[in-house]
Each structure stands twice: as C-alpha cells, then as structure tokens.
Design a protein around this ligand. Sequence first.
Ligand code: HEM
Length: 249
Amino acid sequence: MSVNTPPATPAKRRPTIYEAYLRTDELLALQTPPEDRLHPDQLTFQVVHQTFELWWKMTVEMFQQAVARLETGRADEAAQVLRRAVSAQGVVMLALRQLEFVAPADFLVLRAGLGNGSGADSPGFKAILRTAPDLWDAFAAALEDAHISLVDLYADPHAHTALYECAEALTDFDEQFHIFRAAHLKLAQRNLGLRAIGTGGTPMPALERTLSDLLWLPLWEARDALLEKVQRETGVVYGDAPISGHGHP
Ligand code: HEM
C-alpha cells in the first residue's frame, strides 16, 4: 500500500429486512447518545416522551377513522376503533410511570437542558385537542340521523347499542385523558414541588386547573340530565342542593 492511498472506509453493513422495514437505525439514533447526555436518565425522559408521541399519533388516526366510520353510518365499527384509542392510553400511562423512578435531584440535572421546551407543545397532545371536536361533530350527527338525543341514548342503553358503545368509548377516552392529566400533574409535582413555574412558563397551580378540562363535556352533562330526568320521573331526590361543578355525588 502506498503512503498516498486513502484509508479504506469500513464496508457498511447491509441492514437486515427487520431493520430496514422498521427503520431501527433511524429510530435508535433519535435519542441523545450517552456521551452527550446531561444525566443517564435523559434516555428515560426522551424515550417516554417519544412513546407518547407515537401512540398519540396513532390515536389521532384512530379518531379520524372513527369520524369516517360515523359519517358512513358504521357506528359499530367506529366504537371498535375508539376502544383501540382507549387502550392506547393504557400503553402511555405505563410509560409515564417509568418517569416516577427518576429522582427529583436527577430530573433537575436534565431539566437544565430543556430550555423553554414544554410538554404543552407536544404535537400529539395538540393534535388530539384539535381532532376531538371533529369527532364530536361526527358523533352528534350520527345521533341526529338516528333521531335520538344523548340523554335518551343513556336513558335506554339497549335501544341503539352501536351508538351507545360509541358514547361509552368516547367517555372512556375522556376519562383516560383526564387520568393522564392527573397522573402527569402528580409526576410534575413530585419532581418540582407545588409552586414551581414550568419550563414553558406555566405555574403549577395553572397546570392543576387543567384537571377540570374535558374533551367532550356533553357526555358528562348527559349524566346530569339523566339524573334529573330519573328524579323527575320517580320523585326520588337525594338532598336538595343543586348540583354544582363535578366530583360530588
Ligand atoms: C418529569 C416529567 C415531567 C415534568 C416535570 C413535567 C412538567 C410539566 C409542566 C411544569 C407543565 C406546565 C407547562 C410548562 O410550563 O412547561 C407541563 C405541561 C405538559 N406536559 Fe409535562 N412534565 C413531565 C412529563 C411529561 C410527559 C412524559 C408528557 C407526555 C407527552 C408530558 C406532556 C405534557 C403536556 C401535554 C402538557 C400540557 C398540559 C395541559 O395543557 O393540559 N409531560 N409538564
């Protein structure tokens, strides 16, 4: 070999069919390498967030499929896909738990690298909030086509089973989303305490107030209306105080 010959570049290994199909090279390069991390738990932090983005991306597609199915009179199939979206929330909730193993002192080390980054800018979270009203409109239109009000749907759960299953899957999703928000608040508090201001500028008490946000309020108001209807019809009333806010039976 002459002194001027450039060093041979190591032959690039051909990816296996598995690696190529799943694009594992790109996927596994999406986390900061160990030498550049502020703390080893940065890997957990990134993987958990990335997990959320993937499953929330799937959730939005499931919502869109549910809209298409509702618009073409297939409420039973809409309910099926909505149940899958509910189950996807179960996946991310398990992932969230992993972050509770990170010690607050360690979290504060990696927090220094977040700048003004905030979970409030999560594309998946924003896409769910953006798509939720379309899903509601499609469901409300399906109720209208069936000439049934939401409270009547709940008054007789056996009359329109496919629509009832949709309403319950939507209720489940709203509930799971709320539980995510509650678990996320506790996670934030156990890392940052009760008075911190988030990297995105939101004070902890303001984050706490998002717990009263619901995706589809009419689903919950239908329960109020059903209770009133049953009380009116049976004359059986517990207590005489009007119902205010939620959380009190
Ligand atoms: C150690 C873990 C975490 C901490 C300490 C934390 C903290 C916070 C804080 C303080 C906020 C308020 C906004 C701000 O000023 O930044 C926030 C918002 C938010 N975070 Fe996290 N977070 C954590 C993990 C996560 C994870 C894993 C997700 C999943 C994507 C997430 C998603 C969100 C969302 C969606 C919001 C906006 C909430 C709303 O507007 O209702 N966070 N987070």
